[in-house]
Ligand binder design. Structure first.
Ligand code: SF4
Length: 320
């Protein structure tokens, strides 16, 4: 990918050695970080948004609004797993032909999975079809595969190869998780990239104040009862959030229900669920019903949903 012309178009100049790049998720923290970068007059400022394919349309609209209101160009990126899915199809063919393949696939399961193993173009769904499972609070590969790697390999590394140094602005707050509280304000990670976390000591209220100060609306999803903005639902979604999503955005639940069918069909086990690690596989529809109860759920393995998971604990600040 030739990024020099793109960068030149952004800055109307032939060459700038240092780029300030803000990772934007559509949430309040990253928006506040972008506003802080503007306040600091960070030179050669741009932002990047990694589209997971599992966001609400309101968030997509908000990212465009943010670009429009701030005037800072936001580059949209998304992961592509078509090669991995093709490789998985080749492995399934081998199982069906009786050739030796690592893993515990049966021929019957492989035939069924092969039928359903196709790239859809939606990054989140394709990641799950490739892996044959959804990410979980214990296997949190989504943020890495859908955001971090994409930003590194599709934007930052190509820019570094072309001679740029990068200051990566991350909207991480210490009070969100233990992991985040241990982060330094800034660290040089080599390869020409320096991480900078200007809102590390800020509270959530500080972030909303920053929006007010700059006359920028926060993502409307907050006013619609969402405690976090990002995937809908995020794997860190709690019971109350799930209920809010089901009440306000039932189509998102329908979408996840159909994704569970698709990923399950492409998996070795024959089933897959977004929100539980329960081997019995309680799907999203059943969990929505449970989310409407006041004291129910004891008979399910619903720990991820009952824990007070107020935020993604990823230290990269790419998800809220
Ligand atoms: S942690 Fe949540 S918001 Fe981040 S990629 Fe995973 S599901 Fe999406």
């Amino acid at each position: 990918m030739k990024l020099i012309p793109i960068i030149n178009a952004y800055f109307k100049a032939p060459f700038f050695p240092v780029l300030n790049i803000v990772s934007v998720s559509g949430g309040k923290d990253s928006a506040a970080t972008l506003l802080r970068a503007i306040e600091c007059n960070a030179p050669n400022l741009m932002a990047v948004f990694a589209d997971t394919g599992n966001e609400h349309q309101v968030t997509y609209d908000y990212v465009r609004y943010l670009e429009c209101q701030t005037g800072v160009p936001i580059t949209w990126l998304k992961a592509d797993f078509s090669k991995q899915i093709e490789n998985k199809r080749n492995r399934l063919f081998k199982v069906i032909r009786g050739e030796f393949v690592r893993g515990k696939w049966t021929r019957r399961r492989a035939i069924r999975a092969l039928k359903h193993t196709h790239a859809t173009g939606n990054s989140f769904l394709d990641l799950c079809i490739w892996k044959g499972r959804f990410p979980s609070t214990k296997a949190r590969f989504c943020s890495t595969e859908l955001k971090r790697e994409v930003i590194l390999y599709k934007l930052q590394f190509p820019l570094i190869d072309q001679g740029f140094k990068i200051i990566s602005w991350q909207g991480v707050r210490a009070d969100e998780s233990l992991d985040r509280s241990k982060l330094p304000m800034s660290d040089h990670i080599g390869d020409g990239v320096t991480n900078y976390r200007p809102i590390l000591k800020w509270s959530a209220a500080d972030c909303f104040d920053m929006h007010k100060k700059h006359n920028i609306d926060p993502n409307p999803l907050y006013k619609m009862g969402m405690g976090r903005v990002g995937c809908m639902p995020c794997i860190h979604c709690n019971k109350a959030e799930l209920r809010q999503i089901a009440d306000r955005f039932p189509k998102e639940i329908d979408r996840i229900e159909s994704w569970e069918r698709m990923v399950g069909a492409a998996s070795r086990r024959g089933s897959a669920t977004l929100l539980t690690s329960d081997k019995r596989g309680h799907g999203i529809r059943e969990l929505v019903e449970w989310s409407k109860t006041t004291r129910g759920g004891k008979h399910y393995d619903l720990i991820p949903l009952t824990e007070d998971t107020t935020s993604c604990s990823s230290v990269y600040g790419l998800c809220e």
